[in-house]
Design a protein around this ligand. Structure first.
Ligand code: PXL
Length: 274
């Protein structure tokens, strides 16, 4: 008899070392017991000969549309994570393709700039993302840099400023049909002994903290966090519970991080035990 596991869908880029991007997303889905379905937006290949710079190749917009058509035609998908898009044309085709059906949750990891892109092109992409995809999100998970950019703030140096950023970003989400959540991540960079995340649902602020594991950033943490939220939502959790589980997944994955020749280690999703 065929089975019907929870289905988690991701639209994101490939990061060829396996540390971030759709590779991290699909591993996270599997670890949490969700069946992963993925659509590729771009291919990022770090360059070991050139200081691990990002080589970036977008997938043709029609091919992205075809993948979304294949995925949504095959399965009843109602929870989607959006990761790196990378060009205005990609933002446009993803926004238009996703609009073809209703979504119970759209989890947006607003990956803004990627080294190796033209600054001008990246600005266009930021604007397109903000105008076309951000309003659709039910959950958005900016890191410190993305929170500063989306909130239009010069600096975020405290939990209070992170809360202010979350409020400003929440104001840019569509008028809620249901509650919408900004999860602003302080990560390793926000000063203090703890890795702090601020959750704002439009009314209440919740602050989640876990002791920092070293001061170094670990690649794939942001992807894994948003993917874990997506998997938990696919399994039927509500957003606050999904966010709490995602923080545990990332904490366990950073504690057991994978050594690499890149300047940063990467998250080991396989370390998490519910
Ligand atoms: O971690 C952000 C990220 C997301 N997606 C892709 C990436 C990266 C960072 O390198 O390459 C495809």
């Amino acid at each position: 008899m065929p089975s019907t596991p929870p289905l988690a869908y991701v639209v994101a880029g490939s990061e060829a070392t396996g540390g971030a991007g759709i590779q991290a997303d699909l591993k996270t889905f599997q670890q949490l017991g969700a069946y992963g379905v993925g659509t590729l937006t771009c291919i990022v290949s770090f360059d070991p000969q050139n200081d691990w710079g990002h080589r970036f190749v977008p997938v043709d917009p029609q091919v992205i549309a075809d993948q979304i058509e294949a995925a949504t035609g095959t399965h009843d998908l109602d929870v989607v994570k959006i990761g790196m898009l990378g060009t205005p044309a990609t933002v446009d085709v993803v926004a238009r393709s996703l609009a073809a059906q209703p979504w119970r949750h759209v989890v947006l990891d607003p990956v803004l700039i990627c080294k190796g892109q033209e600054p001008g092109a990246a600005l266009d992409t930021d604007t397109a993302l903000r105008e076309q995809v951000l309003p659709l999100a039910t959950v958005v998970t900016p890191n410190l840099f993305e929170a500063r950019t989306l909130a239009g703030m010069d600096r975020i140096g405290s939990v209070e400023e992170l809360v202010e950023a979350a409020r400003r970003i929440h104001a840019q989400l569509d008028t809620p049909a249901g509650p919408r959540y900004v999860v602003a991540k302080g990560g390793a960079e926000l000063p203090g002994p703890d890795a702090v995340d601020v959750v704002f649902d439009g009314q209440e602020v919740t602050v989640l903290s876990a002791p920092k594991i070293g001061e170094e950033r670990v690649s794939g943490a942001g992807c894994t966090f948003a993917a874990a939220i997506t998997a938990e939502l696919a399994k039927g959790a509500d957003v606050p519970d999904a966010v709490r589980t995602a923080k545990d997944v990332v904490t366990a994955g950073i504690e057991a991080r994978v050594a690499a020749r890149t300047p940063f280690d990467t998250v080991w999703q396989g370390a998490y035990r519910p």
